[in-house]
Design a protein around this ligand. Structure first.
Ligand code: NAD
Ligand code: WQD
Length: 335
């Protein structure tokens, strides 16, 4: 019998796309999600796209008894752990919620894995662990720091996993440091569904294009970048999803290891370039105004992608136009 992959947070934005790629790769998928930031109907869409429906358990990663029963009842070969809270501003307002959900929740998951003897884990980390970059592109051995409670949870979790793998050498752990995930599945059936006002640039731009919001506020035009606006390494969520499958295969095929690896494209685009690309994809005018810098923002950030290529044999292949085309196809289906 094929062992299952437990995907925590599997109905969320990145998790749902990864489920599609896991199923395409021949894996059996079991999703655990408390639906705090997603809907169960995502499973219908995953089934429609891939022809297979992941198993689903509605529940919380902080529920140790539930985790123990999942590991007892299912033959789990590895865990891909997306579940967590991710809004930077909210983490500043409610730090304890972030430490409880992200840190305590992950520690509970690790304890349950340890007890069950499941020691393969792919973890959603973030380029936020690099803080304000001292060099570009950013290599994995760049110094780490956190500028907000959300980033701190990722940093602490990376450290906890380092301590764990040193104390028990059987662990196979991939810390995937995502840059800026955007886009959607090309079917338009799954995508990013933020609740309320989007915090991130691209979902906001998509809602302006669709007429739900009036104009984009561009946070700062006085950065030391070619057009003065912030530059980021936007990566298509389908490339990111394929990066997870590559990481899983790597862990399965190699000796136990703790690997921290960037998932980005290695190229940066400015806020204005992204707005223009989305205007091309949507055929809509996207009004914007220049606003003050957003506190805590950095000027520019893009990944050194060599380690992902060398170790995982993975590179991102989709460009920003494809990211915007796919995001628009998804957005246009939202009422
Ligand atoms: P998302 O909110 O769409 O998905 C997270 C999922 O986890 C949601 O479905 C939510 O309901 C679930 N969840 C949250 N807390 C839970 C808990 N305690 N128990 C069970 N389920 C829980 O977010 P996403 O964008 O798909 O992000 C996935 C992961 O990637 C997160 O850990 C996030 O921090 C990380 N990440 C995201 C980005 C990004 O920009 N989207 C960048 C870097 C890292
Ligand atoms: C991108 C650019 C903004 C909104 C955040 C988290 C990071 C990671 C990814 C999880 C910046 C500008 C934005 C708007 C704008 N998440 N902007 N108007 O800040 O790079 O990263 O999401 O790990 O931890 O910090 O992404 O999409 O918010 O911003 O001008 O309405 O767009 O200033 O230059 P960011 P973002």
């Amino acid at each position: 019998m094929t062992r299952k992959i437990l995907v925590t947070g599997g109905t969320g934005f990145i998790g749902s796309h990864t489920c599609v790629e896991l199923i395409a790769g021949g894996y059996q998928v079991l999703v655990l999600d408390n639906l705090s930031n997603s809907r169960e109907t995502v499973l219908d869409a995953i089934e429609q796209i891939s022809g297979a429906r992941p198993g689903f358990i509605r529940g919380d990663i902080r529920d140790r008894a539930l985790l123990d029963s999942i590991f007892k009842q299912h033959d789990i070969g590895a865990v891909i752990h997306f579940a967590g809270l991710k809004a930077v501003g909210e983490s500043v307002a409610r730090p304890l919620d972030y430490h409880d959900n992200n840190v305590a929740g992950t520690v509970t998951l690790l304890q349950a894995m340890q007890q069950a003897g499941v020691r393969s884990l792919v973890f959603s980390s973030s380029a936020t662990v690099y803080g304000d970059p001292q060099q570009l592109p950013i290599p994995e051995d760049h110094p780490l720091s956190a500028t907000n409670p959300y980033g701190h949870t990722k940093l602490v979790l990376e450290e906890i996993m380092g301590q764990l793998s040193r104390s028990e050498p059987g662990w196979r752990i991939a810390l995937l440091r995502y840059f800026n995930p955007v886009g959607a599945h090309p079917s338009g059936l799954i995508g990013e569904a933020p609740q309320g006002v989007p915090n991130n640039l691209m979902p906001y731009v998509a809602q302006v294009a669709s007429g739900q919001r009036e104009r984009v506020q561009v946070f700062g035009q006085d950065y030391d970048t070619p057009d003065g606006t912030g530059v980021r390494d936007y990566i298509h969520v389908m490339d990111l999803a394929q990066g997870h499958v590559a990481a899983l295969r790597y862990l399965q095929d190699n000796e136990p290891e703790l690997l921290a690896v960037n998932l980005g494209t290695g190229r940066g685009y400015s806020v204005l370039e992204m707005i223009q690309a989305f205007a091309r994809s949507s055929g809509r005018d996207i009004p914007y105004t220049i606003a003050p810098r957003r506190p805590g923002d950095i000027a520019a950030c893009w990944a050194d992608t060599r380690l992902a290529r060398e170790k995982l044999g993975w590179t991102a292949v989709r460009d920003i136009q494809e990211m915007c085309d796919d995001a628009w196809r998804w957005q246009a289906r939202q009422s």
